[in-house]
Design a protein. Structure first.
Lengths: 221, 212
């Protein structure tokens, strides 16, 4: 021990001036890199988003409400079928037609499929919404950012040209289909798209179209 | 001309600014991080164009897994200051004649993930120390019409916290009947507004193409 101290004393004489000690930071940097990588990977950066959906209130026996009457010409029935397919037919089915059900058309969830169909029917409103958004972007309409959505909702509310899309789900559909179709409604700016329970004759129509054996005899209406 | 003498020693890089920067980034990440909650079932959420962020509190999230199990969670993970979770569990206990101890309530409060345990097994679940045992007990909340515990959870959760919003987090491959059933149960309890949890995806429409 004594020797070492002596040696240092000797060195000090040579240097004269004191140097600040030079710390090797490489291990520290290594460790930090490791921690940063760890945190970056575990952090849930992109917070998941939510899509709102309002379902019509239940009609109970306590408070009977007449279901709203809608025009047949504006109605579009969309049935979520099995194997990621959509079956649709316009109008409605009246009790006289039960033995002679209208045919359904098959489309898929691609932009060329259902989106094309919806946009064609919803041309006027979709154009109005797109124009409005464009004008906001270009600064022709001065409107606070947070009321843009409200303004679009108002556009949808006063619209009376777009289709009324009734969304129904066959039992072989999946949750992804359901979200996809609601998303498609948002993309195309459909104003009215209630989600309604599927009727037995519609199940039958899908089964005929998709070539599935009918699951069970239809319950008595 | 005399030769210019190049220094022969290896260049010594000063790492201090780098360390500074790393510390800042590290501190930022440590403070902002919200650890990904380990869920009892992996769920691939479907995509949508919605840009609304998931609410942080006053939520009740129903997790619908691919194999038709239902899990429930309040306030996305550990409880907030208002301690809704123990209250909800106490109410559930009263309904099913199970008395939960203080420690069990605390355990339920701290639970980071969704819960899918039948109420009869809840005591075992909360007392279990081993994670494997806990996972084995997560069999989904019963939703049969004879033993509809999900309806009870929803009922009591909304009694304890009336501002609760319902969120549904489902896998894209979840069969529709189970979704329909859950929606029906919620609507029976007068919940008509749902937040479907999705991942963001951009979509563009081409109106000109349609005009043709």
């Amino acid at each position: 021990m004594a020797e070492i101290i002596q040696e240092e004393k000797g060195k000090g004489k040579h240097k004269g001036k004191k140097h600040p000690p030079h710390i090797d930071m490489t291990p520290m940097v290594d460790l930090m890199c490791l921690l940063i990588t760890f945190f970056m990977l575990t952090t849930a950066f992109s917070k998941s988003k939510v899509m709102e959906i309002n379902l019509p209130e239940r009609i109970t026996k306590d408070k009977p409400v007449d279901p709203p009457r809608i025009q047949k010409s504006r109605t579009l029935n969309i049935i979520l079928g099995p194997n990621d397919k959509i079956y649709w037919y316009p109008g409605g089915v009246s009790p006289e037609d039960y033995n002679n059900l209208p045919p359904v058309t098959e489309v898929d969830y691609s932009p060329k499929g259902i989106r094309q169909l919806l946009l064609e029917r919803n041309k006027t409103l979709a154009k109005r919404i797109a124009d409005f958004k464009q004008q906001v972007l270009e600064g022709k309409i001065k409107i606070p950012q947070d009321s843009v959505l409200k303004a679009i909702a108002q556009l949808k509310k006063v619209d009376d040209t777009g289709p009324i899309v009734l969304i129904k789900a066959y039992k072989k559909a999946n949750y992804g289909n359901f979200v996809d179709i609601l998303d498609e409604m948002n993309i195309c700016g459909i104003a009215r798209c209630p989600f309604v329970p599927i009727a037995w004759y519609e199940e039958k129509m899908v089964e005929t179209a998709a070539g599935i054996a009918p699951s069970a005899a239809p319950a008595k209406n | 001309m005399p030769k210019i003498k190049l220094p022969t020693k290896s260049p010594h890089i000063d790492m201090t600014p780098m360390v500074d920067l790393f510390s800042v980034v590290l501190t930022f990440l440590m403070l902002t991080t919200t650890m990904r909650q380990p869920e009892p079932a992996t769920v691939d959420t479907p995509f949508s164009i919605s840009e609304k962020p998931t609410p942080d509190f006053n939520t009740m999230t129903l997790l619908l897994s691919k194999d038709d199990k239902v899990f429930i969670n309040f306030d996305n993970g550990p409880d907030t200051l208002l301690k809704y979770r123990p209250k909800i569990l106490t109410e559930m206990g009263k309904r099913y004649n199970i008395e939960f101890t203080e420690a069990e309530l605390r355990e339920f409060e701290k639970m980071p993930s969704s819960i899918g345990v039948p109420i009869t097994k809840m005591k075992d679940f909360l007392d279990a120390k081993d994670n494997k045992v806990k996972t084995a007990l997560q069999v989904g909340v019963p939703i049969d019409s004879t033993d509809n515990q999900l309806a009870m959870w929803v009922l009591f959760a909304r009694q304890v916290n009336p501002n609760l919003q319902a969120c549904i987090k489902g896998d894209s491959k979840t069969a529709f009947p189970i979704v329909q059933k859950v929606l029906d149960i919620m609507q029976d309890k007068n919940v008509n507004k749902f937040n479907l949890i999705t991942s963001l995806e951009a979509a563009k429409i081409n109106l000109d193409e349609i005009q043709k």
